[in-house]
Design a protein around this ligand. Structure first.
Ligand SMILES: C[S@@+](CC[C@H](N)C(=O)[O-])C[C@H]1O[C@@H](n2cnc3c(N)ncnc32)[C@H](O)[C@@H]1O
Length: 231
């Protein structure tokens, strides 16, 4: 709750209708207006949620669609704008930014993202695996720090193993890797390890992984990417 921006908080508090994935709606339950209508749903029903939200907004209700982190980073902002473009192109829509998992995780690990970094989702539900693989190859060969979202879920283990193999083709096995579960939430876990040991860590769908670049070191338990300053 303390990382919810004041702007997001105000919008939630003033909403007539709240639409969101059940887990996220629960996290903000305490600030939802008692009279607000709440539509919470399961993962994978994003299009349905966007359509409900847009139909309620067309009725002139003040609607808030809840995403985790930043709604514009693998969040609901895109699908909502796509539905609006079809249903009512002149409907006013505001995207309220938030703290995305990449920066939340980076802050727990130290300062791994102070230089150029690439962000890649390992979910092949909406993106073909061949494209993800190309992006992994490109980022690893270009010496970015790399943030991996959606690294693994119960039924989806292979993409992480494949990503690990691609990384090892380009990066030394002792490259620092940070693993953050449930950043900023109850049950938060933070671990710094090496690329070689990546697959031995506890990783699930609420985990974000940050793989260092050649400029990333571990100093006193913190990952730090050197920007090149003379010290
Ligand atoms: C569909 S994406 C949503 C990202 C979200 N919109 C954001 O900006 O953080 C879901 C992925 O985000 C990451 N994630 C979301 N919340 C997290 C948290 N509290 N701690 C660590 N990773 C998180 C995980 O990699 C998860 O698989």
């Amino acid at each position: 709750m303390e990382h919810l921006t004041p702007k997001a908080r105000t919008e939630i508090e003033n909403a007539d209708v709240i639409v969101g994935y059940g887990t996220y709606v629960k996290l903000i339950q305490s600030i939802i207006k008692p009279t607000a209508e709440v539509f919470s749903g399961t993962m994978g029903r994003e299009v349905e949620r966007a359509k409900i939200a847009v139909s309620k907004a067309i009725e002139n209700l003040r609607v808030v669609i809840v995403s985790s982190g930043d709604p514009g980073v693998y969040g609901m902002a895109g699908i909502v704008l796509e539905v609006v473009a079809i249903e009512k192109p002149d409907l006013p829509v505001e995207i309220v930014p938030g703290v995305t998992a990449a920066t939340a995780a980076a802050s727990k690990l130290g300062a791994p993202l102070v230089s150029d970094f690439a962000v890649i989702s390992l979910s092949d539900l909406l993106t073909p695996w061949e494209k993800i693989e190309r992006r992994l190859e490109a980022a690893a060969s270009a010496d970015f720090s790399i943030v991996l979202y959606n690294p693994k879920s119960e039924g989806r283990i292979e993409p992480l193993t494949k990503a690990y193999e691609i990384m090892l083709k380009h990066l030394p096995p002792d490259t620092p890797v940070g693993i953050v579960r449930q950043a900023g939430r109850v049950g938060e876990e933070v671990k710094i390890t090496t690329l070689k040991e990546l697959l031995n860590a506890d990783i699930d769908m609420v985990t974000t992984i940050i793989i260092g670049s050649s400029a990333t070191k571990v100093n006193n338990g913190k990952m730090v990417t050197a920007r090149g300053y003379d010290l």
